[in-house]
Ligand binder design. Structure first.
Ligand code: AMP
Length: 635
C-alpha cells in the first residue's frame, strides 16, 4: 500500500528510445542504484517494433517475432523517420529497404501505411514512437507498481530541432511528460561517471563513441568534481547497425541474382527474412571469423544457404566505418581536445561491439584500451534514470551531478544575399540565450520576415529551414533601422526565437516546432486518446485470448473427466446437459465462431468448471449416495 501513496515525482524513470531497441531504467533511491527493468518477456531491451494484424496490435518482442510473417504491417525505424520530411533524401534512400509502405502526407510529412483490423491506417513516426514509449511506460509501471508520468527520454546528440520536438510530441502522445530530453552520449557519460565515481580525481577528458542501431554520436566531455561538461558533439543521425545490415542484405541479394538467378529485391517477405538472418550473422561475426546464413523457403520454395567472412563484412562496410572515424576526428577538433589528452574512450551502442570499429578506434587513440565497463545496450537508459532522479524531488541518495550539454548545430537566420547569419554557433553550451541586432534593408520597410535555419553551410538555403515569422509595425524610416533578434535554447535543446523593435516595443516570437508539419496540441490530444483506445483494444484482445485458453482447458478437462471415469453414472438428462455444454464450448473455440463477447465466453467457461466440479463431487459421492447434478442452479 505504501508504494501506491508515492507521488509521481517519487519515481525517476529514464527511457532510451532506440532505433532498433529501447530500454527503460529506474533510480532506486533506497538501494542507491539504477535498475534496468525487464520487459514481460524477461528481456532488458525491447525491440522498437509495432505490428498490426487483423485482430490485434503487437509491440516489442512479439512484434519483432512475427515481422517475417507480416512484413508489410510490421513497423520499425520510426526514429529514422521522426522529424524529417518525406522528400528528405535520407527517407527517399530508405524507402526501398522498408517492407512497409511510407507515403507523403500533409506538408510533406512521411506517413506509414498499414492494414489494421481490416482498414487502411496511416500513422506518422511520432505515433509509432509513442506506441513504443507507451510499452516502455507499461514495463516501468509493472515494476514500480504505480503510474509513471514524468520521464527523461534520450535522443541522439546530433538530432536537430525538428527531431527533438517530434520526440517530445511522441512522449505526449504516450501520456508521458518528458521532463527533460538528454543526449544519448551524455547519458552514457553519466553512467560511466557514476561507475567510476570513486576512481575519478581531478579533471578527466572522456570521449564517448555511441554507435547504435540507426544513429552515430560522438561526444567529448570533461568531468571535474561533479560537473559533466560536454565540449563538443558530432554525429550522423542515419548511420548505425541497420546500415551494416543493409550492406549485407544487398550483398546477398546480388549473390542470389548471380549464383541462383533469383531476384528477391521486390519481395518484402523474403527481404525481411534475409534481413533478420543478416542481422544475426553480423552479430555472430563479432565473435567468429566466418558464419553461415540459412533461410529455408526464402523465395518460391528455394532454401537459401551461404556464408560470409568477417573480412568480407568489413570490406562491404568499410566506407561506413571510415565515416565514423571522420566524425570522431571532427568532434575532437571542435572540442579543442588532443587525442593524447583523452583519459578514457567509452564505447556504447550495440554496434560498438563490431571488432573492426573497436580496432579503428583503438588505433586512432594510439592503442589506448577502450572502456567497456558499462553495458553498451543499457548505459544510455541508465544515465537517463540518473538524470530523472536529479530532476525529481525527494531523493536522498542521488549523487549531486551537474550536466552541461551543447547545441549540436549552428542556428541563425537568413540575411541579404541568402547568407546564413549565425546567432548560436554549434557546440555552444545550453541553455543559452543570445541577442543580435539586425538592420532593415529597404527604406520605409514596415515589416521583416525572420527565417530561422540550422546547419553549418554559409548559404542559408543549403541549411535546414526550421520556421519563419514576421516582425511588423516598424515605423517609416530609412534603411538601416535596427531591431533585435533573440535565440534561446532550453535544456531540452528546443529553440525559441523572438524579434523586438526596441523603439516601439513591438515583439513577435515562435517556438520552432519543426516547421509546418509539427503536430498541433489538438492532434497530440487526439493521438493520445487513440493511444488509450488502442491500449484498451489490446487489453481486450489479451483478455479474450486468456479466456479462450481457459475455455480450451475447461473443455479438455471435462472431456477427460468423462472419458476416464467409468464409474460415473449419469442420467440421460445430465449427459445431454454436459454434452451440450462441451459442444457449445467447442463451437466457441472454433476459429469461425462469431461470438465476440468476452463476458459470455467467461460465463460459459465458468459453467464448464462448475459442471466439472459437480462431476467430480458426484464421482466421490457415487458410492455413498446418489447426487443430482441439478441440485445446483448453475445453468
Ligand atoms: P542499440 O541501438 O544501441 O540498441 O544497438 C542496436 C544495434 O546493435 C543493432 O543494429 C544490432 O544489430 C547491433 N548489435 C548488437 N549486438 C551486436 C554485436 N554483437 N555485433 C554487432 N552488432 C551488434
Amino acid at each position: 500500500m505504501a508504494k501506491k501513496e508515492k507521488s509521481y515525482e517519487g519515481c525517476a524513470v529514464g527511457i532510451d528510445l532506440g532505433t532498433t531497441y529501447s530500454c527503460v531504467a529506474v533510480w532506486l533511491d533506497e538501494h542507491n542504484r539504477v535498475e534496468i527493468i525487464h520487459n514481460d518477456q524477461g528481456n532488458r531491451i525491447t525491440p522498437s517494433f509495432v505490428s498490426f494484424k487483423d485482430d490485434q496490435r503487437l509491440i516489442g518482442d512479439a512484434a519483432l517475432h512475427q515481422a517475417a510473417s507480416n512484413p508489410t504491417n510490421t513497423v520499425f525505424d520510426a526514429k529514422r523517420l521522426i522529424g524529417r520530411k518525406f522528400s528528405d533524401s535520407v527517407i527517399q534512400n530508405d524507402l526501398n529497404l522498408w517492407p512497409f509502405k511510407v507515403i507523403s502526407g500533409v506538408h510533406d510529412k512521411p506517413m506509414i501505411v498499414v492494414q489494421y483490423k481490416g482498414e487502411e491506417k496511416h500513422f506518422c513516426a511520432e505515433e509509432i514512437s509513442s506506441m513504443v514509449l507507451r510499452k516502455m511506460r507499461e514495463v516501468a509501471e509493472k515494476f514500480v507498481e504505480f503510474p509513471v508520468k514524468n520521464v527523461v527520454v534520450t535522443v541522439p546528440a546530433y538530432f536537430n530541432d525538428s527531431q527533438r520536438k517530434a520526440t517530445i510530441d511522441a512522449g505526449a502522445m504516450a501520456g508521458l511528460n518528458v521532463i527533460r530530453m538528454i543526449n544519448e552520449p551524455t547519458a552514457a557519460a553519466l553512467a560511466y561517471g557514476l561507475n567510476k565515481r570513486t576512481k575519478c580525481a581531478g579533471e578527466n577528458n572522456i570521449f564517448v563513441f555511441d554507435l547504435g542501431g540507426g544513429t552515430f554520436d560522438a561526444s567529448a566531455l570533461t568531468i571535474k568534481d561533479n560537473v559533466f561538461q560536454v565540449k563538443a558533439t558530432a554525429g550522423n543521425t542515419h548511420l548505425g547497425g541497420e546500415d551494416f545490415d543493409n550492406r549485407m542484405v544487398n550483398y546477398f541479394v546480388e549473390e542470389l541474382k548471380r549464383k541462383n538467378k533469383i531476384d528477391i529485391s521486390g519481395n518484402p517477405k523474403s527481404l525481411r527474412r534475409l534481413r533478420t538472418a543478416c542481422e544475426r550473422a553480423k552479430r555472430t561475426l563479432s565473435f567468429v571469423s566466418v558464419t553461415t546464413i540459412e533461410v529455408d523457403y526464402l523465395f518460391q520454395g528455394f532454401d537459401f544457404s551461404s556464408s560470409i567472412t568477417r573480412a568480407k563484412f568489413e570490406e562491404i562496410s568499410a566506407d561506413l566505418f571510415k565515416e565514423c572515424m571522420e566524425i570522431v576526428k571532427s568532434c575532437l577538433v571542435d572540442a579543442g581536445m588532443n587525442k593524447s589528452n583523452v583519459n578514457d574512450v567509452v564505447i556504447v551502442g550495440g554496434s560498438s561491439r563490431i571488432p573492426k570499429v573497436q580496432q579503428l578506434l583503438q588505433e586512432y587513440f594510439n592503442g589506448k584500451d577502450l572502456c567497456m565497463s558499462i553495458n553498451p545496450d543499457e548505459a544510455v537508459a541508465y544515465g537517463a534514470a540518473v538524470q530523472a532522479a536529479l530532476l525529481s524531488k525527494g531523493f536522498q541518495n542521488v549523487p549531486n551531478l551537474v550536466l552541461r550539454d551543447v547545441a549540436p548545430l549552428s542556428l541563425g537566420m537568413v540575411t541579404i544575399g541568402d547568407v546564413m547569419s549565425v546567432v548560436i554557433p554549434r557546440n555552444t553550451c545550453i541553455p543559452v540565450k543570445i541577442t543580435k541586432s539586425f538592420l532593415t534593408v529597404k527604406d520605409n520597410q514596415s515589416q521583416v520576415l525572420i527565417e530561422v535555419y540550422e546547419g553549418e553551410r554559409t548559404r542559408a538555403s543549403d541549411n535546414n529551414l526550421l520556421g519563419s515569422f514576421t516582425l511588423s509595425g516598424i515605423p517609416p524610416s530609412p534603411r538601416g533601422y535596427s531591431f533585435n533578434v533573440c535565440f534561446a535554447i532550453d535544456e531540452n535543446g528546443i529553440l525559441t526565437v523572438s524579434a523586438t523593435d526596441n523603439s516601439t516595443g513591438n515583439m513577435n516570437e515562435i517556438t520552432i516546432n519543426h516547421y509546418k508539419e509539427s503536430l498541433s496540441t489538438k492532434k497530440i490530444k487526439k493521438a493520445l486518446e487513440e493511444g488509450e483506445k488502442y491500449k484498451v483494444e489490446d487489453e481486450k484482445f489479451l483478455r479474450k485470448a486468456s479466456v479462450m485458453n481457459a475455455l480450451d482447458l475447461s473443455v479438455y478437462n471435462m472431456k477427460n473427466a468423462l472419458k476416464n471415469d467409468d464409474n460415473l453414472e449419469l442420467t440421460p438428462q445430465e449427459s445431454e446437459k454436459i454434452n451440450n455444454a462441451i459442444t457449445m464450448g467447442m463451437n466457441l473455440l472454433d476459429g469461425n465462431s462469431r461470438e465476440k463477447d468476452i463476458g459470455f465466453l467467461e460465463g460459459h467457461q465458468k459453467k464448464l468448471d462448475n459442471l466439472l466440479k459437480l462431476i467430480k463431487a458426484k464421482t466421490s459421492n457415487e458410492n455413498n449416495h446418489k447426487f443430482s447434478l441439478f441440485r445446483y442452479s448453475f445453468w
